[in-house]
Design a protein around this ligand. Structure first.
Ligand code: PLP
Length: 391
């Protein structure tokens, strides 16, 4: 019998419901045909990158050069990221404090590896992207789950209670997976105030890991700027969703030039990027983005999908917060047991959605509208009938 890590085996068992969901989806697709199943379970970007990306790639391929590059990444790619971040957030950014990574997932692992000592705590705001737990535990940290409010805003009092002398970081994600909501500047300012007071009163530096891979997919309002509110921020992001190249694995870590110990932190990121085995982020992708002017997909394509799914869910009667960015919506399950609800949706209507227990809360389900407009429109009657079953 294989003698595996107990932690990994336990995690495999805990995530077996996700496997079951995928198996069930595949079974339904095989039995009834792909177009007969309404699969809203995956957060895979459907909007293709702009033409300039394909053109840039073509040009870069012609040039050759596929060897190792510096672990921090190409200076021209880092400069492009610094420029991109400067156009979105306040602060002072330069190529010197940017590290190119293997996606946002790689960025978060590198950042957590760099800051955590064994047993130190990282606060995640629930519901949260399920992989955070694995990323924190990969790097010896302990997950402390702290609920968002009913409106999926940061609950400042709850965060205050969750902070202990062992707290090293807090992951902030906006626009948010899984709820699709976006934090307000006021709410982020309050968090900054709390963290600053911790630093003043307890001499405790808490890093905000600002995970923002959906920040170019924003529909109704301005994105909050955490750099206006706090100083110990590690920005972790990627071109996975913003540019629609999730499979190409290009992400980045960015520090404001005035972050305390900025050079040491950057050096730690570069070291961890290398020694976690990433070595360097994909070089062809770095060269491609460095030569492009526009690093964003056509977000209006996602907005169309958002508007259509919102219309359908409202017509059906579901209760949910309006998604402001990204490509998820997180309605309340009409019955307490959201797993049973999702099973019913799959079995009776071939609608595949993800139960919220996977994101650390009960009573909701996540639906990704990163699917074809045609699939969304065809699902209308099924959603209406599904809701009626519980009305
Ligand atoms: N953070 C959040 C909130 C995500 O939703 C995802 C991917 O779904 C990631 C990080 C990881 O992104 P990447 O594909 O760039 O590693």
């Amino acid at each position: 019998m294989a003698d595996l890590s107990k932690r990994i085996v336990a995690n495999l068992e805990n995530s077996s419901w996700i496997r079951k969901l995928f198996d069930e989806g595949n079974r339904l697709k095989k039995e009834f045909g792909e177009d007969q199943v309404f699969d809203f379970s995956l957060g895979n970007p459907v909007v293709e990158p702009p033409k300039s990306f394909t053109e840039a790639l073509r040009e870069e391929v012609k040039k050759g050069g596929h060897g190792y590059i510096p672990n921090q990444g190409l200076v021209e790619a880092r400069a492009k990221v610094a420029e991109f971040i400067s156009s979105r957030f306040s602060g002072s950014f330069s190529s010197k404090h940017v590290v190119m990574t293997v996606g946002a997932g790689g960025a978060l692992n590198v950042a957590l590896r760099s800051i955590l000592n064994e047993g130190e705590e990282v606060i995640v705001l629930a519901p949260y992207f399920a992989e955070y737990k694995a990323y924190i535990e990969n790097n010896g940290g302990k997950v402390v789950s702290c609920p968002l409010t009913e409106k999926f805003e940061i609950d400042i009092e709850a965060v205050q209670k969750a902070i202990t002398p062992k707290t090293k970081g807090l992951i902030l994600n906006t626009p948010h997976n899984p709820t699709g909501t976006a934090l307000t500047q006021e709410n982020v300012n309050e968090l900054g105030k709390l963290l600053k007071s911790c630093e003043k009163e307890n001499s405790q530096s808490i890093y905000v890991l600002f995970d923002e891979p959906y920040s170019q997919l924003i529909y109704d309002e301005e994105l909050a700027d955490p750099f206006k509110a706090y100083h110990n921020i590690i920005l972790a992001s990627s071109f996975s969703k913003d540019l629609g190249i999730a499979g190409e694995r290009l992400g980045y870590l960015v520090l404001d030039n005035n972050t305390p110990d900025v050079d040491l932190l950057t050096a730690a990121f570069v070291y961890c990027n290398r020694t976690l085995g990433f070595v360097n982020a994909p070089v062809l992708m770095q060269r491609a983005i460095a030569s492009m002017d526009n690093l964003t997909v056509d977000a209006s394509e996602y907005k169309k999908r958002r508007d259509l799914i919102v219309d359908i869910l409202q017509e059906a009667g579901f209760d949910f917060m309006m998604p402001k960015g990204g490509f998820f919506v997180f309605p309340k399950s009409p019955i307490e047991d959201e797993v049973a609800f999702c099973q019913h949706a799959a079995e009776k209507y071939k609608i595949l959605v993800v139960p919220s227990s996977g994101f650390g809360v009960k009573g909701y389900f996540r639906l990704s509208f990163s699917v074809s407009l045609d699939q969304i429109e065809r699902s209308r009657e099924a959603f209406i009938a599904l809701y009626k079953d519980f009305a």
